[in-house]
Design a protein around this ligand. Structure first.
Ligand code: S3P
Length: 172
């Protein structure tokens, strides 16, 4: 049985929707950011970026994804927004999982992330940063995704329902 993997930009709802999907599927939920923090010795993401830069963060993220995807129990996995931009991560996630891309327009994402205080890549202002990241990442998300779900006008429960239904179509 394959993992259910959620990808997309910051504010897409990967963590909140992932938790609901995990409940519905009776699976454990794992957020790659939590495993990054654990592998980094407990320091929060902002500190990992401040001390070792994005390079160190991505190194830990690759290790986290290798660990998580190796789980023999099928999981629901919420990926940090940049995880699927790495080719090695994409290979692992695609091999072990069905990948769902949660989409929303930048204005909606920006509203959801608020001031982005805990997300170093939003430091220059969420709208500008998310616009840049969307342009840079769209092709990678598209290459990774088995399923794409529009989250703009749906609440968390409705998105989770759409994700679980689409997942069941691929992984009955
Ligand atoms: C990042 C997204 C964050 C976190 C880190 C970098 C990104 O996760 O992994 O701040 O590169 O988009 P969320 O997408 O869960 O906010």
């Amino acid at each position: 049985m394959k993992h259910l993997v959620l990808i997309g930009l910051m504010g897409a709802g990967k963590t909140t929707v992932g938790r609901v999907c995990a409940g519905r599927l009776d699976r454990a939920f794992v957020d790659t950011d939590d495993v990054v923090i654990a592998l980094g010795g407990g320091a929060p993401i902002e500190e990992i970026f401040a001390v070792g830069g994005e390079t160190r963060f991505r190194e830990l993220e690759r290790a986290a994804i290798a660990d998580i995807t190796a789980s023999p129990a099928p999981l629901v996995i919420a990926c940090g927004g940049g995880a699927a931009t790495d080719a090695e991560n994409r290979r692992r996630l695609r091999r072990a999982g069905v990948i769902v891309w949660l989409q929303a327009p930048v204005a909606v994402l920006a509203e959801r992330v608020g001031n982005g205080a805990t997300r170093p890549l939003l430091a220059g202002g969420p709208v500008a940063a998310l616009t840049r990241l969307e342009a840079a990442r769209e092709a990678a998300y598209e290459a990774a995704a088995d399923i794409t779900i529009d989250t703009e006008d749906r609440d968390i429960e409705a998105v989770a329902e759409a994700v679980v239904a689409a997942f069941a179509g691929v992984e009955p």
